[in-house]
Design a protein around this ligand. Structure first.
Ligand SMILES: Cc1ncc(C[n+]2csc(CCOP(=O)(O)OP(=O)(O)O)c2C)c(N)n1
Ligand SMILES: [Mg+2]
Length: 687
């Protein structure tokens, strides 16, 4: 080495020192907060050195650079591992933020949160889901690469790296995710399993005897190891080998000792989730030879960890490639950049208006699941980023369209192409939770607006991933068909009762239960336009007549006046308001007619396809729809609970499970009849 090179090269710092910097930051931050999980960060320190110091392609100064590698800490309780790495490698995460670990409004929340801390790719903590998110990210990379790369222009080319612990692999969702990753031949997905034999309740042997290696192999993965997770070179070799996989994702089994370095806590469940205590922190300092005070990292260690020069070089090289790609393929480049930015095409607003107007003119009687497919025919044509799917219910959910061929992969691992496009409808198999969490990963990666279908009642299976999308502000669209007893003969196991109400409880999730074709188009339009929110579309199995309406504009406000008393020939003010959603709007309209004809009672019918959207409207708008002093009756084939907040005088609902029978018999049996709505309104007015 020349004298000049020597003078600019950072001083050599031993891997052990790099790892101990992580250990020290993790134990000191947890100690300071007196809260957190020191064990996994201390146990995975060498694994982290191997990946973050030697392989990870990232630029701390540009955390959002599109072609960066994605890193997912699926065992999110090890958040201090990630915060230490982000701090040490040069992200905008100063030491003061580490000192404020787990404190209000710090950038170091208890578990990693996307959007809070630069460099955090997904919010993790609910074990197993990070792995499934990573599968979605790796799928996004593979599909974008197939669509946009051109010979000599590998513009999309990055890896997805994941750390998982025992807990992630115990969770059932890990099976759904790893099965999908194997089927999709996600060769650029590399998972490191922190095989430390410990979870919260102690050594895992009594409750966790899976052979993880065999399990993943059975799902079509390459498996490397076990390797010594404290041997940086061994892990480095495994990572390098994993990178060269052509057709399979890779699991690296890394044997580690939880809390490694803490003389009295290492290897025990006590290291998992509590501060070491001042004495053990001091003993650890002595044992690992780390004499520096808490939160002090020697300059040469910072210099050795600094990933900014290497990261900037990788990023600027990519930017140069992007410039060359733009020159050679300007239209493709513009399309890729639009999709990565999450921007809708300029003509989409018109496409949406046209679709709504067409639905209004055609006034078809169809199930809203069919209405959804009709809307999707237009929208999937206009938006190549719409990536559909279903958890093995495609023919029921009607999530596929003429331009969304099924996603398939060839023996070489590459997606099969139709007209230059990879498949656009994903057969997720019977994996609702996996589907929902994979969709979160697709959205987080960028370049896609994922949507996926199942029966509404199985939204419970995916619920926590829906919640995570809402927490992470991700545009993910759930198509939940067969939304009530209206599905009929399949019976109470399949009939949603509490699901609409319970989904409406999730903050930042929009829930739509449209009544007809036009409302369905507008629900889709709103869901697609909602860049910072997931949406759930609750759709009927059974046919629903079109609801004649004066205009379409107010549907987007979540609720609107569908029919005034004048519609049924009464020239007086409404004495009551019937509020209904979805399949029950027709009942409300029928009851309005009967009340007028038989009793000269004037009612207004309000269709409320989205309570969550309506709740965000101005007070003025809300009172214009639901005027003060006029009694309200709600009608929805589901639990009554959420309707009382609208000040209803009565609710025609269903607070029990359904039954197995043809749908008309069930509506009759559970009193979802126009006659019952009439009687209910009359009772309310007689009070
Ligand atoms: C879905 C879910 N269930 C439970 C928990 C609570 N929890 C956090 S860590 C943990 C044990 C995880 O064990 P492991 O992954 O082996 O972590 P280690 O103790 O090795 O750090 C549990 C049960 C959680 N975070 N997520
Ligand atoms: Mg463990």
């Amino acid at each position: 080495m020349s004298a000049t090179a020597e003078s600019v090269a950072p001083p050599a710092v031993a891997d052990a020192t790099l790892a101990n910097a992580i250990r020290a930051l993790a134990m000191d931050a947890v100690q300071q907060a007196n809260s957190g999980h020191p064990g996994a960060p201390m146990g995975m320190a060498e694994v982290a050195v191997a990946l973050w110091h030697r392989h990870l392609k990232h630029d701390p100064t540009e955390p959002g650079w599109p072609d960066r590698d994605r890193f997912v800490l699926s065992n999110g309780h090890a958040s201090m591992l990630l915060y230490a790495l982000l701090h040490l490698t040069g992200y905008d995460l100063p030491i003061d933020e580490l000192k404020r670990f787990r404190q209000l409004h710090s950038k170091t929340p208890g578990h990693p949160e996307v959007g809070v801390t630069p460099g955090v790719e997904t919010t993790t903590g609910p074990l197993g889901q990070g792995l499934a998110n990573a599968v979605g990210m790796a799928l996004a990379e593979k599909l974008l690469a197939a669509r946009f790369n051109r010979p000599g222009h590998p513009i999309v080319d990055h890896h997805t790296w994941v750390f998982v612990g025992d807990g992630c692999l115990m969770e059932g969702i890990s099976h759904e995710a790893c099965a999908l990753a194997g089927a999709w031949k996600l060769n650029k997905l590399v998972v490191v399993y922190d095989d430390n034999g410990i979870s919260i309740d102690g050594p895992v042997a009594p409750w966790y005897v899976d052979d993880a290696a065999l399990r993943f192999k059975a799902c079509g993965w390459d498996v490397i190891g076990p390797v010594d997770g404290h041997d940086v070179d061994a892990v480095d070799r495994a990572l390098a080998q994993a990178k060269s996989s052509a057709t399979k994702p890779t699991l690296i089994v890394a044997r580690t000792v939880i809390g490694r370095g803490a003389p009295n806590r290492a290897g025990s469940a006590k290291a998992h989730g509590e501060a070491l205590g001042a004495d053990e922190v001091a003993a650890t300092r002595a044992a690992i030879g780390w004499p520096h005070p808490p939160f002090v990292i020697p300059d040469e260690v910072y210099a050795a960890w600094d990933a900014r020069p290497r990261g900037a070089a990788a990023r600027t090289a990519w930017e140069a490639r992007l410039a060359a790609y733009r020159a050679a393929h300007p239209e493709l480049a513009a399309e890729l950049e639009r999709r990565l930015a999450g921007a809708l095409p300029a003509d989409f607003a018109q496409v949406a208006v046209d679709a709504a107007v067409a639905a209004h003119r055609a006034a078809q009687t169809v199930a809203t699941r069919k209405a959804s497919q009709l809307a999707l025919e237009a929208f999937t044509r206009a938006l190549p980023e719409l990536l559909g799917g279903s958890a093995d219910l495609t023919g029921s959910n009607l999530t596929n369209t003429a331009v969304t061929p099924p996603l398939r992969f060839g023996a070489d691992g590459a997606p099969a192409m139709t007209d230059g496009q990879p498949g656009r409808h994903v057969n997720y198999g019977v994996r609702e939770f996996g589907m929902a969490a994979v969709m979160n990963g697709l959205a987080l990666h960028g370049g896609f607006i994922p949507y996926g279908g199942t029966f509404l009642t199985f939204s419970d299976y995916s619920r926590n991933a829906i919640r995570m999308a809402a927490l992470m502000k991700q545009r993910v669209i759930h198509v939940f068909t067969h939304d009530s007893i209206g599905l009929g003969e399949d019976g109470p196991t399949h009939q949603a009762v509490e699901h609409a109400a319970s989904l409406r409880l999730i903050p930042n999730l929009d829930v739509w239960r449209p009544a007809d074709t036009a409302e369905t188009v507008i629900a889709w339009t709103m869901a697609i336009g909602n860049a910072t929110r997931p949406s759930a579309l609750l759709l009927s199995r059974q046919n629903l007549p079109y609801c004649p309406k004066a205009g379409l504009d107010d549907i987007a406000k979540g609720a609107y006046v569908l029919a005034e008393p004048s519609e049924v020939g009464l020239r007086k003010k409404a004495q009551a308001v019937i509020v209904a959603t979805g399949s029950e709007v027709q009942l409300a309209l029928h009851a309005q007619q009967l009340l007028a004809r038989e009793h000269r009672i004037a009612v207004r019918v309000v269709s409320m396809p989205s309570t969550t959207v309506f709740d965000r409207q101005s007070t003025a708008y809300k009172t214009s729809v639901l005027p003060a002093g006029v009694p309200r009756v709600a009608v929805e084939a589901g639990v009554t609970d959420c309707w009382w907040k609208y000040g209803c005088a009565a609710v025609v609902g269903l607070d029990t499970f359904g039954e197995s029978a043809p749908a008309p018999a069930l509506f009759e049996h559970f009193h979802f009849t126009a006659r019952n709505v009439v009687d209910t309104v009359r009772r309310v007015l007689a009070r």
